[in-house]
Ligand binder design. Structure first.
Ligand SMILES: Cc1cc2nc3c(=O)[nH]c(=O)nc-3n(C[C@H](O)[C@H](O)[C@H](O)COP(=O)(O)OP(=O)(O)OC[C@H]3O[C@@H](n4cnc5c(N)ncnc54)[C@H](O)[C@@H]3O)c2cc1C
Length: 400
């Protein structure tokens, strides 16, 4: 009977262990994670956690009994330090060594450091783990000021939560608009207006030259003082173990659709991977819960010999105030955008079209448009752009 060692007990690793059991794997499973906490959901850390609406137990993927009951050897607080592919062994920082038949690398990603003077100040905050979120939460409240460096999803969500707690929030973005790397300008403008209405100060085109745990210095010499400074400038794949043992990596471990690496005994899943996207014919690194779950399922199917699951369209969500943003697909090769609905009402969708096919939909409080777009991407359906923009026409009638 074979033995699987999973490195990283996060969303992907924890889910893979669960799917393996669900699909009837009867061998040994070791699930080893560097954190002290059993696998948990991170999305609420920038939302419900900061507002005190959830706790550690509620975030866990499985009950605390699940692992023992299912004979999953959960080892917490230990980090893998090296993989010996010839001997099929993993070494850990507690001195133990574990043999494997299959290895699943699910080491996720880490918050990117600010490459500036002061960027290594221990007082700077980041948001990746429960202890990070707790530290940030302690720094928020009435009369406090939070400076957020980076106008991406995590930064904007944290700013919204800070406002809900009565703190002042200043979002500092180097680009011309927030969400520039990840969303359309329509969406950026909508969220800028919404955050501004809620009292968040958004400073775009702002060049930061130095930081500390309590201040941000701009290129023109201005210094912004704050009770806390959160750095949210993206994440880097934890792919060092894979690089060290010679697996193919390209800012992320390169895997095939079944999550297999360049070594047939080693899989990789979740944020740490660079994977093929079937609907787009590109390799990409996704950082989302749906991706972690999809790859966890794929690896469990591949190891247990089940047929591979159907191709999925990548998707993601973000919650800010009462705005539920859902994005399906990626705007690769898009040549036109169609807005359905009115961003002033707070319910609209931006469709990105490549010729007459939808390649991406960004939907704010518009679940129907999101579902329609996601299915249209999956089926590569053709749509009529003019009628898609007309809300008086039922969305299904826009299909050609
Ligand atoms: C604040 C925040 C908000 C988010 N919001 C959303 C959202 O709204 N929607 C969405 O879809 N996604 C969201 N995400 C992204 C989502 O949480 C991640 O994509 C998902 O957690 C990826 O799962 P993973 O298992 O690959 O990585 P992780 O969940 O990060 O788990 C990786 C684990 O591996 C451990 N590890 C690292 N190195 C080693 C080692 N050498 N040995 C052992 N263990 C190791 C790490 O400590 C960690 O516990 C959010 C993420 C954050 C941080």
């Amino acid at each position: 009977m074979s033995k699987i060692v999973i490195l990283g007990a996060g969303h992907a690793g924890g889910s893979a262990a669960g799917f393996l059991k669900q699909y009837g794997f009867e061998g040994e499973i070791v699930l080893a994670g560097a954190e002290q906490i059993p696998p948990y959901q991170r999305p609420p850390l920038s939302k419900a956690w900061l507002k005190g609406e959830t706790n550690e137990n509620a975030l866990q993927l499985r009950s605390s009994e699940f692992y023992a009951e299912n004979n999953i050897d959960l080892r917490l607080g230990i980090a893998a330090t090296a993989i010996d592919r010839t001997a099929k062994m993993v070494a850990f920082d507690d001195g133990t060594v574990e043999p494997y038949d299959y290895l699943v690398i699910a080491t996720g990603s880490r918050a990117r450091k600010l490459p500036l003077p002061g960027g290594d100040d221990d007082l700077l905050l980041e948001l990746r783990t429960i202890p990070d979120a707790e530290r940030l939460k302690q720094a928020l409240g009435g009369g406090k000021r939070l400076a957020v460096i980076g106008g991406g999803y995590v930064g904007l969500e944290a700013a919204a939560s800070a406002r809900a707690l009565g703190a002042e929030a200043v979002v500092i973005e180097r680009m011309d608009r927030v969400l520039q790397r990840v969303a359309s300008s329509t969406l950026s403008e909508f969220f800028t207006r919404r955050h501004t209405r809620e009292g968040v100060i958004i400073r775009t085109g702002a060049e930061v030259v130095a930081v500390s745990g309590h201040s941000v210095t701009f290129a023109d010499g201005e210094v912004l003082e704050a009770h806390a400074v959160l750095v949210g400038i993206g994440a880097t794949a934890n792919d060092e173990l894979a690089l060290q043992c010679g697996l193919e990596c390209a800012e992320g471990i390169v895997v095939d659709l079944d999550a297999r690496t360049s070594d047939t005994a080693i899989f990789a899943i979740g944020d740490v991977t660079r994977r093929p996207l079937p609907h787009y014919d590109v390799m990409h690194r996704l950082e989302s819960v749906p991706n972690a779950l999809e790859q966890a399922k794929r690896v469990a199917c591949a190891i247990t010999g089940r047929p591979a699951p159907q191709d999925e369209v990548p998707w993601f969500w973000s919650d800010q105030y009462d705005c539920k943003l859902q994005i399906a697909g990626l705007p690769f090769g898009a040549s036109a955008q169609v807005v359905r609905g009115d961003s002033d009402t707070g319910s609209f969708a931006v469709f990105h079209l490549k010729d007459d096919r939808i390649v991406c939909v960004e939907a704010v409080n518009a679940a129907h448009s999101f579902m329609f777009g996601k299915q249209a991407i999956a089926k590569s359906s053709r749509v009529d752009a003019a009628t898609l923009a007309d809300e008086s026409i039922p969305i299904k009638e826009t299909l050609l």
